[in-house]
Design a protein around this ligand. Structure first.
Ligand code: GLU
Length: 453
């Protein structure tokens, strides 16, 4: 969801990369990191927080490098920490990888790689990529990237460099955007054109399942099967402001239009339709309490409270567990009754809503089990809850919530199905109930094409 910039060319790479990544900062960030090759050595620096923190670490150092990659992270797997910030390296610090998206089968791949002797440093899904590339590396970086990606399920915009094949950046995409910027004897790979627009207006949009190889004097694009593709170079006519808002007049309109993708992200990897199973990894530690839940109290504010009301109808109808939805600001100041078997669900896009957090602490004090539904990974509410579900929809900048609201409802629907699985393990979920939610993103898309009407 967040930002990637790669640069190879005659200018000083660290300066170009930092300028570029700052252009993507408006999309949200929780940490950032850079990797580049200087005198045959792979150097990597990371920081938690704003890009200014990363800049501070690099300040005053005059790096003599012309190739590198940089990343701002919007965490989906693992808290926003130094260890989890990208780039991720292989076991020998020879390969660096940045990634946007979600590797769905990362737990399986990680286990396999660990058994083969690879040592992991982070909790991210991304780190499997650097180790997979290491595993398949036989002297040519693009071949290793292609081999590695064959094993990967999920979405990625990815860029990699290696000191063992040091004259190139290799990038690939599936489901996350990547665009090549073509300058004068310099090339860029970015997750968003705004990052390279200062240098060039000539771009090539990569398609899904395409690989790009950038060297000091040319670029190539290929399929994952190593067959060259021939792409049109397009001229960007928009200005930076228009691009940041995706051509929309303001962020809220952009986010309204992001709903189909947001809803797909909510469901990605979580539904096993054929078996009627909903997998919510963040709830495993609370499974027992959820199975035995006698009552559910949803605490939230504003839009999240409205999502909670929809959740109440779905949960009561389908699981027959009594549900109440409370304003967090009321719950925290009265003396609520919390009996044994009560599960409290706190809903907050940011995961920092003060009243919701206080309501949660009140419920904890009275002995409730706490579940969170948040968008921001590692936020306070997500951390303080016993278990939780993330939305995975990227940052929401508009203050009036749009895509987070629809995503919260989708998550509550998935949670309802999950509770049905737990309560009635012998009754598989009717396939209609799965199909109906899987059809929603396309329906939303159809509605949005009728904007004029
Ligand atoms: N899934 C990756 C992570 O959590 C990438 C997140 C992103 O797109 O920034 O590290």
């Amino acid at each position: 969801m967040c930002g990637i910039v790669g640069y190879i060319g005659h200018n000083k790479a660290v300066d170009v990369l930092l300028d570029g990544i700052k252009r993507l900062e408006y999309r949200g960030y929780d940490s950032s990191g850079i990797a580049f090759i200087e005198d045959g050595i792979l150097k990597c620096e990371k920081a938690v927080g704003k890009i200014a923190e990363l800049e501070k670490k690099l300040d005053g150092m005059n790096f003599n490098t012309h190739i590198g990659i940089v990343h701002t992270r919007w965490a989906t797997h693992g808290a926003p920490t130094m260890a989890n910030a990208h780039p991720h390296l292989d076991c020998h610090n020879e390969i660096a990888v940045v990634h946007n998206g979600i590797i769905e089968n990362y737990d399986y791949l990680k286990l396999k790689l660990e058994r083969e002797g690879h040592v992991f440093q982070s909790e991210t899904d991304t780190e499997v990529l650097s180790h997979l590339i290491e595993k398949y590396f036989k002297g040519n970086l693009e071949m290793a990237v292609m081999e590695a990606l064959k094993e990967v399920e999920g979405t990625y915009g990815v860029a990699a460099i290696s000191i063992k094949d040091p004259q190139k950046i290799v990038a690939a995409r599936r489901g996350s955007p990547l665009v090549l910027g073509i300058g004068n004897q310099e090339y860029f790979i970015t997750s968003d054109i705004s990052a390279s627009l200062e240098h060039t207006r000539d771009v090539v949009y990569l398609d899904d399942n395409e690989v790009a190889i950038l060297t000091f004097d040319h670029y190539e694009t290929k399929t994952m099967q190593n067959i060259p593709t021939y792409k049109k170079v397009e001229e960007v006519l928009w200005n930076i402001d228009m691009i940041e808002k995706g051509g929309y007049e303001h962020f809220m309109l952009k986010e309204i239009h992001e709903q189909p993708q947001a809803l797909r992200n909510v469901m990605r990897g979580r539904i096993e339709g054929d078996r009627g199973l909903v997998k919510l990894g963040g709830l495993i530690s609370c499974e027992k309490e959820l199975r035995e839940a006698k009552r559910i109290v949803i605490v939230a504010c504003g839009t999240s409270w409205h999502a909670g009301l929809v959740g109440e109808y779905m949960l009561e109808e389908l699981t027959r567990i009594p549900v109440e939805v409370e304003y967090a600001s009321e719950f925290r100041y009265r003396n609520p009754v919390v009996e044994e078997g009560t599960v409290v669900i706190a809903i907050s896009q940011s995961g920092e809503t003060a009243d919701t957090l206080a309501a949660m602490r009140e419920a904890r004090h009275k002995g409730a089990k706490l579940l969170s539904i948040c968008n921001v990974v590692g936020s306070t509410i997500a951390r303080e809850a016993d278990c939780g579900i993330y939305l995975h929809i990227g940052p929401e900048i508009g203050v009036a919530s749009t895509k987070a609201f629809t995503a919260q409802i989708a998550v509550l629907y998935l949670f309802t199905l999950y509770m049905m699985n737990l309560k009635y393990p012998n009754n598989p979920i009717p396939s209609d109930m799965i199909k109906v939610i899987q059809a929603i993103p396309d329906k939303v898309q159809t509605i949005l094409t009728m904007e004029e009407e």
